[in-house]
Design a protein around this ligand. Structure first.
Ligand code: ADP
Length: 402
């Protein structure tokens, strides 16, 4: 079964076409960027074939999707003979609010609920809806599924998701902690347990998804019980360009000083902050590491703040879980940056972490145990694969139709 996985942003579409045999294979993947801008870019990477790059105006999502579908069946760059070979489409949806605790097949009701969540996810859900309606037009007979970043965290107990503000803001406007990156947290926790031969239903796990966006999750018996992102993905640890947890008083003070509108405050806290804001160098940890090597102290400080934040969340989630059996690192930084993993784990001996620095230094983009054999707490790095989760969920939902 071939499944097209789509992640539609406001000006971009990421995609993968997967052949879901016993060992799933990526047939092609790519990216449409700068939709709606004077010049767009389309990059298509078919497996075993030459890469295709097209630069041309891409006025809207329909044009973007059209480029993708044409490339998939192109004589030179294509990987399937006809669009009939696409059996289903799986969409990554950022926000499912309190409506969705599982992935679902898309129908009118699901679309209405995704639309209702647009109010609390204005940067993401409208673009996802555009993606869904476009695919309905271009591939009308193909079933589509929605896989939500938030659904894994719907098991959070009220004490973990209610904010300390008047309750009516939760009741009237849905203001509460939702959490994100759920697909990744669930996937790496399950994969780690599979590798270790553990029953996840008996384990206490802390997963650290560290990429441009970063979040930490406490998982008890396979269920998310707390997570660091909140009503929006700006909360929790500091990130590439997001500020993470911040004293609201400080933000209001800045807004007063600079006469910021709420949009400008969103820009400051989402795009100009985090390790980028502290270092003034970059949001990318590879560039930060390079700057540190040249003696840049603010880059060093940015990395220290990041690792300190992650460590604090691990400590607090160990308290939430009453102990921890396994700590998992994933995401671009968690999978590749041994310096960050070492800085985070250094000082977790009190929890029972006996970290193996030598193995850590060699572990890059692989699934590996980073703790010593007799460490009470296991530490692992696990490669995440959100597209595979979306494709797998979509396949299972489509199979259930028949
Ligand atoms: P996103 O949240 O956008 O998916 P990623 O998970 O790709 O982000 O993470 C981006 C971060 O991961 C960057 O800071 C980058 O430095 C780091 N990173 C990604 N790939 C590598 C790599 N191969 N080697 C070292 N660092 C990497």
């Amino acid at each position: 079964m071939n499944i097209l996985v789509l992640n539609c942003g406001s000006s971009s579409i990421k995609y993968q076409l997967l052949d879901m045999k016993a060992q799933p294979v990526i047939l092609a993947k790519g990216l449409v960027e700068k939709i709606g801008l004077p010049m767009g870019i389309f990059t298509h990477k078919p497996e075993g074939k030459e890469k295709l790059i097209i630069e041309q105006p891409i006025p809207d999502h329909v044009d973007g999707m059209d480029l993708i579908l044409k490339a998939l069946i192109d004589k030179k760059y294509g990987v399937i003979d006809s669009l009939n070979e696409i059996n289903a489409v799986g969409h990554r949806i950022a926000h499912g609010g309190e409506y969705f605790s599982h992935s679902v097949l898309i129908d009118e009701d699901v679309k209405a609920k995704i639309k209702a969540c647009s109010e609390i996810a204005p940067l993401h859900n409208p673009a996802h809806l555009k993606g869904i309606t476009t695919m309905e037009r271009l591939l009308p007979s193909v079933p589509q599924a929605a896989v939500f970043d938030t659904s894994f965290h719907q098991t959070l107990p009220p004490k973990a998701f209610i904010y300390g503000i008047p309750y009516e803001y939760y009741e009237k406007y849905g203001v509460r902690k939702y959490g994100f990156h759920g697909t990744s947290h669930k996937f790496v926790a399950e994969k780690a347990c599979q590798i270790l031969g553990w029953n996840i239903a008996e384990k206490k796990i802390i997963t650290c998804h560290l990429g441009n966006g970063a979040s930490i999750t406490a998982i008890d018996k396979g269920k998310s019980v707390d997570t660091s992102m909140g009503f929006t993905p700006v909360a929790g640890v500091i990130m590439g360009t997001r500020c993470g947890d911040l004293d609201i008083g400080a933000l209001l003070y800045i807004c007063d000083k600079k006469q910021f509108t709420s949009l400008e405050a969103v820009r400051l806290t989402n795009k100009e902050s985090g390790v980028y804001g502290i270092s003034g160098v970059s949001s990318d940890f590879r560039e930060l590491d390079a700057a540190v090597a040249e003696g840049n102290q603010r880059a060093q400080l940015a990395i220290e703040v990041f690792c300190y934040d992650v460590k604090k969340y691990i400590g607090s989630y160990a308290a939430v879980l009453n102990g921890v059996d396994l700590i998992v690192f994933t995401g671009g930084i968690g999978e590749n940056n041994s310096i960050v993993r070492e800085m985070v784990c250094n000082g977790l001996e009190y929890l029972g972490v006996d970290f193996d620095s030598n193995i850590n230094q060699q572990a890059r983009g692989v699934d590996r145990t980073l703790s010593k054999a007799d460490s009470k707490v296991r530490v692992m790095t696990i490669t995440t694969d959100e597209e595979l989760v979306i494709a797998t969920d979509t396949m299972e939902l489509v199979k259930s139709i028949k």
